[in-house]
Design a protein around this ligand. Structure first.
Ligand code: B12
Ligand code: SF4
Length: 501
């Protein structure tokens, strides 16, 4: 039995131009390897010719089962296109797809893309293992929980929820040895060449209405122990020379013990690595006495979902912190010489120009990194169902569900183009201020590097695009699937176009 896990071809994230091997894929691979399966991995984004290389690999190797990973709603069509291509060249390969979006939208995904045979709903390690064993032994797949599929009568079948893995420390080390760790795209250029994204916990115990992570993990939180985290970081330093990390955990310090343990381990190991962690305003306040420790352990920045400057909106999105707590958390981080990255949401229904002015005044005083997003009803979230009911979702092209494109109008801006213009205007108003440009010469090397990178590469490109119509940056090897179909020629094209969305 051979298994190939595919991360389909994607556009690299334009805002930070970052790409990394998906932590979820590496975790799945580590698990399957330990279970003794014959596995392979293809992160297509890193291939010279992403679609052609995928096609050739599948055609020559014809793996028995092919898994496709889709971690963001914005990537779902890439996953479907990969499934279509694979089915056309190797119809006997069984295709299973996993990730948040297909889990939430299982029936829709199966009906939209008949090339997909199964969906793994929820956490993947155990479901995928049981699924592969059942296929190997030709057993009844309806007994494997966590699977969705269409039966012979085209009826939608869901085999039921699989319980979460209780202890994440029972998982093996992610399979870094199967990733192209030295590929030039594998970096977070805004942070540094040796940057990487890692993930040590799953879920979050809060319930913000727009959050897909909390919905996916049903408001639970599990984490690796600090010792295991430090083992992974040490490996990444010693074997792969990685020293700067965006830690993808939604809320790193849900418990104080996790923060304390992390500080102790990292101080003991002295790996000289640097971290950008994510947390909440109320937890930063709770853990004020740990902030110096975090800094000494290598943390240089906390990213917090501060979202908005008005309590009424915070209440509406169930953020469960107040504006006063947001202010205090930012002040504390500054006091303890930690950088503040605020992720913020605009585009609320009642929002006015006056609100946006107050918003900018409130946040620009403290924020080092301004993560401005448009509120997006990600499928599976309470916000999605609320907005669907109110008929406010005006764009259902999932490619645009990346927080940068308007999906919903506001009361005042009643078409999406207007909301998009508001977003661009806010970015301009924030970035093109003297105090922001002075960060280009900051004495803080990380802040200086980030701003030089962001303003000279990303913001300049956006400006040239808007003023002179220059194309937006994409990585040189990127190819749209439809262009690949044209390049590929008639025989296959007809077959593929029939399947393609
Ligand atoms: C790493 C990461 C990235 C990487 C992507 C690397 C890659 N190769 O895909 C980078 C930094 C490039 C990135 C970019 C973006 N990201 Co991102 N990213 C993450 C992050 C931090 C970690 C994902 C992860 O590995 N999680 C850990 C694993 C264990 O969970 P998992 O991926 O869900 O995998 C499990 C299951 O889903 C399942 N599974 C997954 N795949 C498969 C496949 C098979 C076959 C099976 C059986 C099972 C299975 O099993 C896995 C293990 O149990 C998450 C946040 C988070 N904490 O998860 C956000 C997250 C996935 N990103 C998100 C978003 C929105 C984006 C962006 C669109 C914009 C943005 N503002 O961040 C951009 C994409 C733009 C672009 N064109 O690149 C959202 C997605 C929300 C959604 N529902 O759409 C998340 C959840 C963060 C958030 N809350 O906002 N991201
Ligand atoms: S605190 Fe963050 S991770 Fe937790 S539910 Fe809210 S948005 Fe999601």
């Amino acid at each position: 039995m051979t298994f190939l896990l595919v991360d389909p071809p994607h556009k690299i994230w334009t805002i930070l131009r970052a790409w990394v091997p998906s932590p979820g894929c590496l975790q799945l691979l580590g698990y399957l390897e330990r279970e003794g399966f014959d596995i392979d991995y293809m992160d297509c984004t890193l291939n010279e010719n992403p679609w052609r290389d995928l096609e050739e690999k599948v055609r020559t190797e014809k793996p028995d089962v092919i898994g496709i990973s889709v971690i963001c709603t914005a990537f779902i069509y890439d996953g479907m296109n990969a499934a279509n291509l694979i089915k056309a060249v190797s119809p006997q390969s069984v295709i299973i797809i996993g990730g948040e979006h297909p889990s939430f939208m299982a029936e829709e995904t199966l009906r939209d893309c008949p090339a997909i045979d199964y969906i793994c709903v929820g956490e993947g390690e155990v479901t995928l293992t049981e699924f592969l064993r059942a296929i190997e032994k030709k057993e009844d797949l309806s007994k494997v929980s966590g699977l969705a599929y269409l039966n012979e009568k085209e009826e939608f079948i869901y085999t039921g929820d699989r319980p979460f893995i209780e202890d994440l420390d029972t998982l093996p080390m992610p399979a870094y040895h199967l990733a192209k760790m030295e590929h030039p795209y594998v970096e977070i250029p805004s942070e540094g060449r040796r940057g990487l994204v890692v993930n040590f916990s799953r879920g979050c115990t809060w319930d913000c209405t727009f959050c897909s992570e909390s919905a996916f993990y049903k408001r639970t939180w599990r984490r690796r122990s600090p010792k295991r985290i430090a083992d992974e970081l040490q490996l990444l330093k010693e074997k792969y020379n990685r020293d700067i990390f965006y830690v993808g955990d939604n809320t790193f310090n849900v418990t104080r013990e996790q923060g304390i343990g992390f500080i102790e381990e990292m101080l003991k190991r002295k790996t000289n690595q640097h971290f950008w962690l994510q947390s909440r305003a109320d937890l930063i306040i709770r853990d004020e006495d740990l902030l110096d420790g975090f800094r000494e352990a290598g943390v240089y920045q906390f990213m917090m979902g501060l979202e908005y400057h008005a309590d009424s909106v915070l209440k509406d999105i169930r953020k469960r912190h107040t504006v006063e707590q947001a202010r205090k958390a930012m002040e504390l981080l500054k006091k303890h010489k930690l950088m503040v990255m605020a992720t913020l949401l605009i585009g609320h229904w009642e929002e006015t120009e006056e609100d946006r002015k107050t918003f900018l005044r409130f946040f620009r005083k403290y924020v080092d990194h301004f993560g401005l997003n448009l509120i997006t009803p990600l499928p599976g979230t309470p916000l999605f169902y609320q907005m669907k009911e109110r008929g406010r979702i005006e764009d259902l092209d999932y490619r645009n569900f990346d927080y940068l494109h308007a999906i919903m109008p506001t009361k005042e801006a009643d078409n999406l183009e207007q909301v998009n213009l508001i977003y661009k205007d806010m970015m301009r108003r924030y970035y093109w201020r003297p105090s922001e440009l002075l960060k280009l010469f900051s004495r803080n090397p990380i802040l200086r590097h980030h701003h030089r990178y962001y303003i000279t590469k990303v913001a300049f490109n956006i400006m040239m695009h808007e003023i002179f119509g220059k194309p937006m940056w994409v990585q040189p090897n990127y190819q749209e699937y439809k262009d690949y179909l044209v390049e590929r020629g008639e025989d296959l094209r007809e077959k593929l176009t029939a399947l393609a969305k």
